[in-house]
Design a protein. Sequence first.
Length: 367
Amino acid sequence: MERFKHFQSLINQKVVQSIVFPTENSYLTKLSFGTPPVEYFAIVDTGSDLTWIQCVPCTKCYNSQGSSLFDPQASSTYKAFSCDSQTCRAFGGEQCLKTNDCQYHVTYGDMSSTIGILSSDSLSFDSINGQKTTFSTTIFGCGHNNQVQLGNLGIAGIVGLGGGPFSLVSQIGPQIDHRFSYCFVPRFAKSSGKLIFGQESIISHPKAVSTPLVSKYPQTFYYLTLNGVSIGDKTAHPSSSQGNVLIDSGVTLTILEPDLYSSVEAMVKEAIGKEPVQDPSGTFKLCFGVDTNINVPEMVFHFSGADVRLQPVNTFMVNGDLVCMLIVPNSVNPFSVFGNYAQINFQVEYDLQKRVVSFAPTDCTQI
Protein backbone atom coordinates (compact mmCIF):
# COMPACT_ATOMS: atom_id res chain seq x y z
CA MET A 1 0.00 0.00 0.00
CA GLU A 2 2.83 2.40 0.90
CA ARG A 3 4.53 1.65 -2.43
CA PHE A 4 1.26 2.36 -4.24
CA LYS A 5 0.88 5.68 -2.42
CA HIS A 6 4.46 6.60 -3.29
CA PHE A 7 3.85 5.66 -6.95
CA GLN A 8 0.63 7.68 -6.97
CA SER A 9 2.41 10.69 -5.47
CA LEU A 10 5.04 10.51 -8.24
CA ILE A 11 2.26 10.51 -10.86
CA ASN A 12 0.75 13.61 -9.24
CA GLN A 13 4.06 15.46 -9.18
CA LYS A 14 4.98 17.85 -11.94
CA VAL A 15 8.28 17.89 -13.77
CA VAL A 16 9.28 21.22 -15.24
CA GLN A 17 12.35 21.85 -17.35
CA SER A 18 12.58 25.44 -18.54
CA ILE A 19 15.39 27.25 -20.33
CA VAL A 20 17.77 29.53 -18.44
CA PHE A 21 19.98 31.97 -20.30
CA PRO A 22 22.42 34.68 -19.24
CA THR A 23 22.29 38.46 -19.38
CA GLU A 24 25.17 40.66 -18.28
CA ASN A 25 24.54 40.23 -14.53
CA SER A 26 21.86 37.59 -14.08
CA TYR A 27 20.09 34.53 -15.46
CA LEU A 28 16.59 34.57 -16.93
CA THR A 29 13.93 31.93 -17.34
CA LYS A 30 10.74 31.94 -19.39
CA LEU A 31 7.34 31.70 -17.73
CA SER A 32 3.74 32.73 -18.39
CA PHE A 33 1.10 34.43 -16.26
CA GLY A 34 -2.67 34.48 -16.56
CA THR A 35 -5.44 32.95 -18.64
CA PRO A 36 -4.85 33.08 -21.55
CA PRO A 37 -1.14 32.76 -20.68
CA VAL A 38 1.16 35.68 -21.52
CA GLU A 39 4.88 34.94 -21.80
CA TYR A 40 7.59 36.81 -19.87
CA PHE A 41 11.27 36.54 -18.98
CA ALA A 42 12.25 36.96 -15.33
CA ILE A 43 15.40 36.70 -13.21
CA VAL A 44 16.08 33.39 -11.41
CA ASP A 45 16.69 34.52 -7.81
CA THR A 46 17.35 32.15 -4.90
CA GLY A 47 17.95 35.18 -2.66
CA SER A 48 14.35 36.46 -2.54
CA ASP A 49 10.87 35.04 -2.04
CA LEU A 50 8.18 37.00 -3.85
CA THR A 51 7.79 36.39 -7.57
CA TRP A 52 6.66 39.61 -9.26
CA ILE A 53 6.21 41.15 -12.69
CA GLN A 54 5.47 44.66 -13.92
CA CYS A 55 1.74 45.34 -14.26
CA VAL A 56 -0.60 47.98 -15.64
CA PRO A 57 -1.34 50.60 -14.54
CA CYS A 58 2.30 51.43 -13.80
CA THR A 59 3.19 54.60 -11.90
CA LYS A 60 6.91 53.86 -12.11
CA CYS A 61 8.27 51.10 -14.31
CA TYR A 62 11.78 50.54 -15.60
CA ASN A 63 12.26 50.38 -19.34
CA SER A 64 11.94 46.77 -20.45
CA GLN A 65 12.09 46.53 -24.22
CA GLY A 66 10.36 43.55 -25.74
CA SER A 67 8.17 42.89 -22.72
CA SER A 68 4.67 44.31 -22.41
CA LEU A 69 3.26 44.93 -18.94
CA PHE A 70 0.94 42.28 -17.50
CA ASP A 71 -2.69 43.40 -17.60
CA PRO A 72 -4.62 41.77 -14.72
CA GLN A 73 -7.97 42.65 -16.30
CA ALA A 74 -7.10 40.58 -19.37
CA SER A 75 -6.72 37.38 -17.29
CA SER A 76 -9.85 35.43 -16.35
CA THR A 77 -8.06 33.72 -13.43
CA TYR A 78 -6.47 36.81 -11.83
CA LYS A 79 -7.36 37.68 -8.24
CA ALA A 80 -6.10 40.47 -5.98
CA PHE A 81 -5.93 39.65 -2.26
CA SER A 82 -8.00 41.88 -0.01
CA CYS A 83 -6.53 43.65 2.99
CA ASP A 84 -8.45 41.51 5.44
CA SER A 85 -7.42 38.22 3.80
CA GLN A 86 -5.31 35.74 5.74
CA THR A 87 -2.73 35.78 2.92
CA CYS A 88 -2.31 39.56 3.16
CA ARG A 89 -1.88 39.41 6.93
CA ALA A 90 0.61 36.53 6.68
CA PHE A 91 2.66 38.41 4.08
CA GLY A 92 2.62 41.57 6.20
CA GLY A 93 0.84 43.75 3.66
CA GLU A 94 2.18 47.28 4.09
CA GLN A 95 -1.07 49.16 3.74
CA CYS A 96 -4.60 49.03 2.41
CA LEU A 97 -5.54 50.79 -0.78
CA LYS A 98 -8.88 52.50 -1.30
CA THR A 99 -9.89 49.48 -3.37
CA ASN A 100 -9.22 47.25 -0.28
CA ASP A 101 -6.44 45.53 -2.24
CA CYS A 102 -3.43 44.25 -0.28
CA GLN A 103 -0.31 46.27 -1.06
CA TYR A 104 3.15 44.70 -0.79
CA HIS A 105 6.49 46.48 -0.56
CA VAL A 106 9.73 44.52 -1.08
CA THR A 107 13.17 46.12 -0.73
CA TYR A 108 16.32 44.33 -1.90
CA GLY A 109 19.88 44.44 -0.58
CA ASP A 110 20.91 47.14 -3.06
CA MET A 111 17.96 49.27 -1.84
CA SER A 112 15.99 48.78 -5.07
CA SER A 113 12.33 48.02 -4.46
CA THR A 114 9.00 46.93 -5.89
CA ILE A 115 5.55 48.01 -4.68
CA GLY A 116 2.27 46.63 -5.94
CA ILE A 117 -0.73 44.41 -5.30
CA LEU A 118 -0.38 40.95 -3.73
CA SER A 119 -2.19 38.75 -6.23
CA SER A 120 -2.75 35.22 -7.46
CA ASP A 121 -3.05 33.77 -10.94
CA SER A 122 -2.07 30.78 -13.04
CA LEU A 123 1.69 30.56 -13.57
CA SER A 124 3.04 28.22 -16.22
CA PHE A 125 6.39 27.14 -17.60
CA ASP A 126 7.13 26.05 -21.14
CA SER A 127 8.93 22.79 -20.63
CA ILE A 128 11.76 21.88 -22.98
CA ASN A 129 9.62 19.07 -24.47
CA GLY A 130 7.11 21.70 -25.61
CA GLN A 131 4.44 20.99 -22.98
CA LYS A 132 3.16 23.74 -20.71
CA THR A 133 3.05 22.96 -16.99
CA THR A 134 0.64 25.14 -15.04
CA PHE A 135 0.47 25.94 -11.34
CA SER A 136 -2.90 27.53 -10.57
CA THR A 137 -3.55 30.21 -7.94
CA THR A 138 0.15 31.04 -7.50
CA ILE A 139 0.76 34.03 -5.23
CA PHE A 140 2.79 36.77 -6.90
CA GLY A 141 3.26 40.52 -6.89
CA CYS A 142 1.66 42.71 -9.54
CA GLY A 143 4.25 45.50 -9.52
CA HIS A 144 3.04 49.07 -10.10
CA ASN A 145 6.04 50.97 -8.72
CA ASN A 146 9.29 49.18 -9.51
CA GLN A 147 12.43 51.10 -8.66
CA VAL A 148 14.92 48.49 -9.76
CA GLN A 149 17.68 48.36 -12.36
CA LEU A 150 16.99 45.19 -14.33
CA GLY A 151 18.15 46.62 -17.66
CA ASN A 152 16.13 46.87 -20.84
CA LEU A 153 16.51 43.33 -22.12
CA GLY A 154 12.88 42.34 -21.83
CA ILE A 155 13.12 41.42 -18.13
CA ALA A 156 9.59 41.52 -16.71
CA GLY A 157 10.45 40.84 -13.05
CA ILE A 158 11.87 38.26 -10.66
CA VAL A 159 11.15 34.58 -9.95
CA GLY A 160 11.61 34.22 -6.18
CA LEU A 161 13.13 30.82 -5.34
CA GLY A 162 14.13 31.59 -1.74
CA GLY A 163 13.30 29.53 1.34
CA GLY A 164 10.44 31.61 2.75
CA PRO A 165 6.75 30.61 2.68
CA PHE A 166 5.81 32.93 -0.20
CA SER A 167 8.56 31.82 -2.59
CA LEU A 168 7.54 29.90 -5.68
CA VAL A 169 9.33 26.71 -4.58
CA SER A 170 7.58 26.81 -1.19
CA GLN A 171 4.16 27.32 -2.79
CA ILE A 172 4.52 24.47 -5.29
CA GLY A 173 6.73 22.33 -3.02
CA PRO A 174 4.46 19.25 -2.72
CA GLN A 175 4.03 19.16 -6.52
CA ILE A 176 7.77 19.25 -7.23
CA ASP A 177 8.99 16.93 -4.46
CA HIS A 178 10.44 20.00 -2.68
CA ARG A 179 13.45 20.09 -4.98
CA PHE A 180 14.81 22.10 -7.89
CA SER A 181 18.06 22.57 -9.75
CA TYR A 182 19.64 24.84 -12.33
CA CYS A 183 22.63 24.78 -14.65
CA PHE A 184 24.07 28.15 -15.71
CA VAL A 185 25.96 28.45 -19.00
CA PRO A 186 28.93 30.85 -19.38
CA ARG A 187 27.95 34.48 -20.04
CA PHE A 188 28.58 34.51 -23.79
CA ALA A 189 27.45 30.98 -24.61
CA LYS A 190 25.19 30.64 -27.64
CA SER A 191 23.05 27.97 -25.97
CA SER A 192 20.93 27.97 -22.82
CA GLY A 193 21.00 26.05 -19.54
CA LYS A 194 18.10 24.58 -17.59
CA LEU A 195 15.93 25.30 -14.58
CA ILE A 196 14.38 22.04 -13.39
CA PHE A 197 11.68 21.48 -10.76
CA GLY A 198 10.81 18.02 -9.44
CA GLN A 199 12.26 14.52 -9.68
CA GLU A 200 14.23 15.27 -12.86
CA SER A 201 16.36 17.76 -10.91
CA ILE A 202 18.08 14.95 -8.96
CA ILE A 203 21.82 14.87 -9.66
CA SER A 204 23.26 11.45 -10.52
CA HIS A 205 26.80 12.57 -11.31
CA PRO A 206 29.78 10.57 -9.93
CA LYS A 207 31.60 13.79 -8.99
CA ALA A 208 28.60 15.38 -7.25
CA VAL A 209 29.24 16.73 -3.76
CA SER A 210 26.67 17.82 -1.17
CA THR A 211 26.65 20.25 1.73
CA PRO A 212 23.96 20.83 4.41
CA LEU A 213 21.69 23.86 4.43
CA VAL A 214 21.90 25.68 7.75
CA SER A 215 18.64 27.00 9.22
CA LYS A 216 18.98 30.66 10.16
CA TYR A 217 16.87 33.80 10.10
CA PRO A 218 15.63 35.14 7.74
CA GLN A 219 14.53 31.87 6.19
CA THR A 220 14.50 33.44 2.72
CA PHE A 221 18.24 32.82 2.37
CA TYR A 222 20.03 29.53 1.75
CA TYR A 223 22.91 29.41 4.25
CA LEU A 224 25.88 27.10 3.76
CA THR A 225 29.02 26.61 5.85
CA LEU A 226 32.31 27.60 4.22
CA ASN A 227 35.33 26.12 5.99
CA GLY A 228 37.98 27.60 3.73
CA VAL A 229 39.22 28.58 0.27
CA SER A 230 42.37 27.03 -1.12
CA ILE A 231 44.77 27.48 -4.03
CA GLY A 232 47.35 24.71 -4.33
CA ASP A 233 48.57 23.79 -0.85
CA LYS A 234 47.54 27.10 0.78
CA THR A 235 44.18 27.59 2.50
CA ALA A 236 42.46 30.71 3.85
CA HIS A 237 39.88 30.27 6.62
CA PRO A 238 36.85 32.45 7.43
CA SER A 239 36.55 33.97 10.89
CA SER A 240 32.97 32.78 11.50
CA SER A 241 31.66 29.24 11.27
CA GLN A 242 28.23 27.64 10.70
CA GLY A 243 26.00 29.21 8.06
CA ASN A 244 28.58 31.86 7.18
CA VAL A 245 27.85 32.09 3.44
CA LEU A 246 24.72 32.53 1.32
CA ILE A 247 24.33 30.86 -2.06
CA ASP A 248 22.48 33.36 -4.23
CA SER A 249 21.72 33.01 -7.96
CA GLY A 250 20.59 36.65 -8.08
CA VAL A 251 23.98 38.05 -7.05
CA THR A 252 26.60 38.33 -9.79
CA LEU A 253 29.97 38.34 -8.01
CA THR A 254 31.14 36.20 -5.11
CA ILE A 255 31.51 38.38 -2.02
CA LEU A 256 33.79 37.41 0.86
CA GLU A 257 34.01 38.74 4.40
CA PRO A 258 36.91 41.27 4.50
CA ASP A 259 39.57 39.18 6.28
CA LEU A 260 38.89 36.10 4.18
CA TYR A 261 39.00 38.19 1.00
CA SER A 262 42.38 39.66 1.93
CA SER A 263 43.83 36.17 2.43
CA VAL A 264 42.36 34.89 -0.84
CA GLU A 265 43.61 37.91 -2.77
CA ALA A 266 47.12 37.39 -1.38
CA MET A 267 47.05 33.72 -2.46
CA VAL A 268 45.86 34.64 -5.97
CA LYS A 269 48.54 37.32 -6.38
CA GLU A 270 51.22 34.86 -5.29
CA ALA A 271 49.95 32.12 -7.63
CA ILE A 272 49.73 34.45 -10.66
CA GLY A 273 52.98 36.28 -9.96
CA LYS A 274 52.20 39.33 -12.13
CA GLU A 275 51.73 43.00 -11.26
CA PRO A 276 48.04 43.90 -10.68
CA VAL A 277 46.39 46.84 -12.47
CA GLN A 278 43.68 49.05 -10.95
CA ASP A 279 40.15 48.79 -12.34
CA PRO A 280 39.12 52.37 -13.25
CA SER A 281 35.41 51.53 -12.81
CA GLY A 282 35.98 50.42 -9.21
CA THR A 283 33.80 47.32 -9.73
CA PHE A 284 36.61 44.81 -9.32
CA LYS A 285 39.24 44.73 -6.59
CA LEU A 286 41.91 42.65 -8.36
CA CYS A 287 42.73 42.97 -12.08
CA PHE A 288 45.62 42.28 -14.42
CA GLY A 289 46.38 43.58 -17.90
CA VAL A 290 44.80 41.34 -20.54
CA ASP A 291 48.12 41.21 -22.40
CA THR A 292 50.00 39.71 -19.43
CA ASN A 293 48.58 36.25 -20.30
CA ILE A 294 48.04 35.20 -16.70
CA ASN A 295 47.52 31.57 -15.72
CA VAL A 296 44.42 31.49 -13.52
CA PRO A 297 44.81 28.87 -10.76
CA GLU A 298 42.07 26.43 -9.74
CA MET A 299 40.37 27.67 -6.59
CA VAL A 300 38.61 25.27 -4.22
CA PHE A 301 35.75 26.39 -1.98
CA HIS A 302 35.64 23.97 0.95
CA PHE A 303 32.00 23.82 2.04
CA SER A 304 31.06 21.48 4.87
CA GLY A 305 31.37 18.02 3.28
CA ALA A 306 31.77 19.41 -0.25
CA ASP A 307 34.87 20.65 -2.06
CA VAL A 308 33.70 22.76 -5.01
CA ARG A 309 36.49 23.25 -7.56
CA LEU A 310 36.18 26.55 -9.40
CA GLN A 311 37.65 26.92 -12.88
CA PRO A 312 38.80 30.19 -14.53
CA VAL A 313 35.26 30.77 -15.94
CA ASN A 314 34.05 31.00 -12.31
CA THR A 315 36.74 33.27 -10.93
CA PHE A 316 38.03 35.64 -13.66
CA MET A 317 36.61 37.50 -16.66
CA VAL A 318 37.96 39.74 -19.42
CA ASN A 319 36.76 43.31 -18.86
CA GLY A 320 37.97 45.47 -21.75
CA ASP A 321 41.77 45.48 -21.59
CA LEU A 322 41.75 43.92 -18.11
CA VAL A 323 41.28 40.43 -16.69
CA CYS A 324 39.52 40.80 -13.33
CA MET A 325 38.75 38.49 -10.42
CA LEU A 326 35.04 37.83 -9.92
CA ILE A 327 35.46 37.84 -6.14
CA VAL A 328 35.25 41.05 -4.11
CA PRO A 329 35.31 41.97 -0.40
CA ASN A 330 32.10 42.72 1.50
CA SER A 331 32.46 46.37 2.46
CA VAL A 332 29.12 46.47 4.31
CA ASN A 333 28.66 43.27 6.35
CA PRO A 334 31.01 40.57 7.69
CA PHE A 335 29.43 37.73 5.70
CA SER A 336 29.99 36.03 2.34
CA VAL A 337 27.86 35.34 -0.76
CA PHE A 338 28.49 32.61 -3.35
CA GLY A 339 27.32 34.38 -6.52
CA ASN A 340 26.17 33.19 -9.93
CA TYR A 341 29.53 33.44 -11.74
CA ALA A 342 30.91 30.91 -9.26
CA GLN A 343 28.03 28.56 -10.14
CA ILE A 344 28.60 28.52 -13.93
CA ASN A 345 28.96 24.99 -15.37
CA PHE A 346 27.68 23.31 -12.22
CA GLN A 347 24.35 21.60 -11.86
CA VAL A 348 23.22 22.97 -8.51
CA GLU A 349 20.43 21.05 -6.79
CA TYR A 350 18.43 22.20 -3.76
CA ASP A 351 16.76 19.35 -1.87
CA LEU A 352 14.56 21.23 0.57
CA GLN A 353 13.35 18.13 2.43
CA LYS A 354 16.78 16.66 3.09
CA ARG A 355 18.07 20.25 3.52
CA VAL A 356 21.14 19.85 1.29
CA VAL A 357 22.61 21.64 -1.73
CA SER A 358 24.56 19.53 -4.25
CA PHE A 359 27.06 20.58 -6.91
CA ALA A 360 28.05 18.54 -9.98
CA PRO A 361 30.60 19.87 -12.49
CA THR A 362 28.69 19.94 -15.79
CA ASP A 363 28.98 21.40 -19.28
CA CYS A 364 25.68 23.27 -18.96
CA THR A 365 25.57 23.97 -22.71
CA GLN A 366 25.15 20.23 -23.32
CA ILE A 367 22.39 19.23 -20.90
